[in-house]
Design a protein around this ligand. Structure first.
Ligand code: KIV
Length: 265
């Protein structure tokens, strides 16, 4: 089956059909996400936190994202695949940024790359787009700038900051971005940006007015009970499901109830 294209995402947004996107990092979950009918998968550098156990996304390398992209690409046939360019792989010179983006597509098997930042990223987005690399932008509470923000704080709250974000969004669209993630900004600002742009906006912690929504898969599945920000809705309590199942296994091994006759050759 053919993967969902950038063109299809744009058409859906134009038709008012919301785009569904989740992060994913391995083939097993990719298969399940595909079976659940999700439109797009982001192999996000959030893998640094939920897979690798770091406090933030900054340590993630390009090789690590490529490794996870390949696993996801093998696990699903239909969702649109976007690979995240990690911190330090596109902030230097434009040539290096384009080569890193090309590596992510070529070796990772994704259809597009995502990068964080505003108008200052326009030159590299233009070059990537001209090289045939679709680019998804990312504005607002961009996690790679956590140290600059002084923590994970909602962005675009003042009139000036909101105007700057709107100008950045227009600059990213003009540079060639085919879609834009809006993270951690007031719903009213996300509504303004979405109305001002022709490209789809995909929100996380940005209210209901975006053209689509993205969540970190482990968060929506409730795999970490300690993480409960306001923007997150948990659709399952897999922390409990997993710990209960593994505890039951451990108890049955100790008691001798497992393996029973039907599990033995
Ligand atoms: O890395 C990631 O998971 C992301 C999403 C939160 C948008 O960038």
């Amino acid at each position: 089956m053919k993967r969902i294209s950038t063109r299809q995402l744009r058409k859906w947004a134009g038709d008012g059909r919301k785009i569904t996107m989740v992060t994913c990092y391995d083939a097993t979950f990719a298969r399940l996400v595909d079976a659940a009918g999700v439109d797009a998968i982001l192999i996000g550098d959030s893998l640094g936190m939920v897979i690798q156990g770091h406090a933030h996304t900054l340590p993630v390398t390009l090789d690590e994202v490529i490794y996870h992209c390949r696993a996801v690409a093998r696990g699903c046939a239909r969702p649109h695949l976007v690979g995240d360019l990690p911190f330090g792989t596109y902030q230097g010179n434009v040539d290096e940024a384009v080569m890193n983006a090309a590596r992510l597509m070529k070796e990772g098997g994704v259809q597009a790359v995502k990068l964080e930042g505003g108008a200052h990223c326009a030159p590299m987005i233009e070059r990537m787009t001209r090289a045939g690399i679709p680019v998804m932008g990312h504005l607002g509470l961009t996690p790679q700038s956590v140290h600059q923000f002084g923590g994970y704080r909602i962005q675009g709250k003042t009139v000036d900051a909101a105007e700057r974000l709107l100008a950045d969004a227009r600059a990213l669209q003009d540079a060639g971005c085919y879609a834009l993630v809006l993270e951690g900004i007031p719903a009213a600002l996300a509504e303004r940006v979405s109305a001002a742009l022709a490209i789809p906006t995909i929100g996380i912690g940005a209210g209901p007015h975006c053209d689509g929504q993205v969540l970190v898969l482990y968060d929506l599945l409730g795999l970490d009970g300690r993480f409960a920000p306001k923007f997150l809705k948990k659709y399952a309590d897999l922390e409990r499901v997993v710990t209960d199942a593994v505890r039951a296994y451990g108890e049955e091994v100790k008691s001798g109830a497992f393996p029973a006759a039907e599990h033995s050759h």
